[in-house]
Each structure stands twice: as C-alpha cells, then as structure tokens.
Design a protein around this ligand. Sequence first.
Ligand code: ADP
Ligand code: ADP
Length: 226
Amino acid sequence: MAKIALEGVDKVYSGGVKAVNHLDLEIADGEFMVLVGPSGCGKSTALRMIAGLEEITDGKLTIGEKVVNDLPPKNRDIAMVFQNYALYPHMTVEQNLAFGLKLRKMSKPEIAERVKEAAAMLGLEPYLKRKPAALSGGQRQRVAMGRAIVRQPQAFLMDEPLSNLDAKLRVQMRASLNQLHDRLGVTTVYVTHDQTEAMTLGDRVAVMRDGKLQQVDTPKNLFDRP
Ligand code: ADP
Ligand code: ADP
C-alpha cells in the first residue's frame, strides 16, 4: 500500500491538447479515490500517467516515497484493471490468474496459494478450470480483477472496469469491489463517468472538468447537500 501524490501535474498531447491542467491530488495510503467527470475531462489521462502509460508533461508524481515521473510501469508496483479485460483465451481461469506470477518466477506453492486466495475472494472457485469463452461478463471481469489482486501491488488503478457490464451486474460488482477494498485496503484510483459508482465506491471523489480538478470530497459532502 502506498499513498499517491500528484503535484501540479500537466499533460499536453502532441497535437497540443491540454488533457490535464495543473492537477494537485493526494490519495492516502489505503484510500479508495474515484476520479469522476464527463467524457474527455482528462480522467483516463490522469490514471494513465499514474500507471506510467503516459508521460507527464510537467509536475511531480509520487508513489509511496518515490518520485516516479521517469519510472517505467513495470517498476511502479501497481496493477491496472481496464474495461476490456484482456484475458488469455486459450488459458483456463486458473492459468490466467497464475500467468503473471509465473513470469515473475514465483515458486509454484506460492502461486497456488495466491491464486486460491484471489479465487476465494472473488467467488471464482467453481470456474477455475474453465476458459474465458465459457464465462459470463461479470465472471470475466472478476478474473481480470483477480489478475491484479494476485500480484499484491501497492495500488490498484481501474479505468471504467464495470462499464461493459449490464446494470444488474454492475450493482453486484460494486458490492464486490467495496468488500474487496474493505478486506485488502489497497490504495485504489478508480475512473468512472458514473456518479452512482463514484458515490457508492469512493472514500473520496475527485470531480474533474476540462482537465482541471473542480473539487475533492467525501461522497456525502459532495452529493448529499440539499
Ligand atoms: P476522459 O478519460 O475523462 O474521457 P481522456 O483523458 O481520455 O478523458 O481525454 C482528455 C482529453 O485528451 C480529450 O480531449 C481527449 O480527446 C484528449 N486525448 C486523449 N488521449 C489522447 C491522445 N492519445 N492524443 C491526443 N489527445 C488525446
Ligand atoms: P500479467 O501480470 O497481467 O499477467 P505480465 O506479467 O505479462 O501480465 O506483465 C508484463 C509487465 O506489465 C510486467 O512487468 C508487469 O509489471 C506489468 N503489468 C502486468 N499487469 C499489469 C497491470 N494489470 N497493470 C499494470 N502493469 C501491469
């Protein structure tokens, strides 16, 4: 777990679009922070800069105690979950969960232990021997989250992970995400355009518009005002 701090962070894309404009945001150790705002406001760009998938034009980004501006994604110890869960179609759920750990040369017993734990947390035990094609959308999204969980990273970054699911599944997955966060307490940055999602998931919510941070507060303070 680690805090994440953005100080005066700018992103100007090569075409000249200023996608993120002087973003100051501190996410506490173990906090679930939601970035919310309309399409095009810069949420994904902000998240991708934290992940190291996009260069920072100006400003300072710290994860834990480390300034990570120039650190490649693989050295940031974060795990990202996208809306298009990229599972390996030829592998079973179990193999999908284990794959990243195998690449890291982790021992077989430890891999088995982590896979078992993640599968239990996500209710995936009955599906471990199935391939992704034989899973529902919600089950696939759980596997995608499982792949992030087994890595035991310092932070989770999630970009609209529920937006491909139908309304009923979204409600279920929101509850699962809340439970997971309560259990694991891993610092999480979660991007969505959906206010309900922001409200039900976030410890705090950062509202963005036109590349700028408009306000940051608890869901209660932001949305329950008369
Ligand atoms: P959001 O996630 O809130 O929908 P984005 O971060 O995707 O917003 O986009 C913010 C702005 O940056 C938009 O104007 C978008 O068109 C622009 N943008 C995003 N990605 C790129 C890119 N790779 N090249 C140029 N402009 C981009
Ligand atoms: P996975 O762990 O998802 O099976 P790989 O092990 O092939 O994927 O990952 C290749 C590199 O990308 C690794 O160095 C890892 O640190 C990084 N990486 C893998 N998964 C993620 C993720 N979900 N978010 C961010 N970086 C990742």
